[in-house]
Ligand binder design. Sequence first.
Ligand code: GDP
Ligand code: IMO
Ligand code: MG
Length: 423
Amino acid sequence: MAVDVLLGLQWGDEGKGKVVDFLAPGYDVVARFQGGPNAGHTLVFGGRKYVLHTIPSGIFRDNIINLIGNGVVIDPITFAKEIDMLRQAGVPYSERLRLARKAHLILPSHRYLDAATEAAKGKARIGSTLKGIGPTYMDKTGRNGLRVGDITSAGFEEKYQSLKSKHLTLLKLYPEIDFNLEQEEARWMESLDVMRNIVMVDGEYYINELLEQDKNVLAEGAQGSMLDIDFGTYPFVTSSNTITAGVCTGLGIAPSRVAEVIGITKAYCTRVGSGPFPTEQDNETGEFLRREGGEFGATTGRPRRCGWLDLPQLRYTAMLNGVTQLAVTKIDVLNNVEQILAATHYRYDGQETHQLPYDVDATPIEPVFRQFPGWKQSLAGIDRYENLPPAAADYLRFIESELNIPIAMASTGPERESLIVRR
Ligand code: GDP
Ligand code: IMO
Ligand code: MG
């Protein structure tokens, strides 16, 4: 059968985890295809909150396989902590989880390199989560990496020592970085035992066999399209392809297998870390959105920068991803706003345009906003799209018409149940 994709159209944290958890029962497999523990995907159900970093968001559902694909980078320590959280929650993770042997491993020394290179950037720092993502993908493309499959091979120790010593040589360039490698290494080695107890698969064969058996796959994106290594606001991006194209390389499936692409966006916009953000409201409005939306990072706890919805930005990522349906989240965060703004186009270099400039950071962009009256009421309990307040329906209709893509889902709260699926 087919692979549907759900991915973020902004700078991450659009609510991917919540919506994947909701949709998972309609699929046989949920698969992560890129990124690593820089991601933090929040699920809220049964009065509890769970944050996943590496493990796909279908893990709490019965009878679903959750595959960590080859395109993901895994920190065994974070992974072991997530497994522990699942064990405590009584989730039968062993039967539900599969690890692709070709996924790369984040070493403790990758994290130190991340911290060292980021600190050396000074003011130009990216605002990385410092989880070792960049250095690990560099070793992958530099053909030095360690992979999940290596941890069961006889030559593993030697490969590990060789990569570690390369890192220690590099770290001498950054003497100000202080670290306790021995302690972290011991934790890391222990955590590998947790990974060895999870079923490992040749992910590309595994997923294609399931597709041949008519199984349905939901590919779960991490980060957002504006953080894509090729098309994001470079260099303020992550180190993987976060867009639909990444699904093929990150799982080993052909483009012709991809069916629906669900693009997810907040009803406004956030970004965590440095880099350009044309519609940012670095003022009371931004503070209001941060407060109402609880906009603090699920991985690092950092306050997220907040601003209004940016239609040129969404057009761009809808184009890159081939989005066929939209999911709009956090609509409830706007419940008490008098006037909602959304940028319809940009002004820069003396022109009005829908296009993002080559260097978004170096170009002073003036977003041109349109105003919408707020609905000034709670959305709690609304379970049909037709029952949304007229002002909310108008705002959503505007998004659909600007992007020319139907809204299939509207999320009105963090809980699993607060999701309106349009009939
Ligand atoms: P992800 O990385 O895309 O999975 O998103 P995060 O989990 O990092 O951030 C989304 C945050 O918004 C989490 O705290 C969610 O619990 C919360 N959330 C998701 N959908 C909604 C919604 O519709 N309304 C509100 N108020 N919160 C939501
Ligand atoms: P989810 O999957 C939001 C941001 C970081 C930083 C930049 C590079 O939860 O949406 P990295 O650690 O990859 O070197 O950081 O990317 N970033 C995210 N922002 N959500 C995420 O994931 C992110 N993952 C990375 O803040 O600006
Ligand atoms: Mg997140």
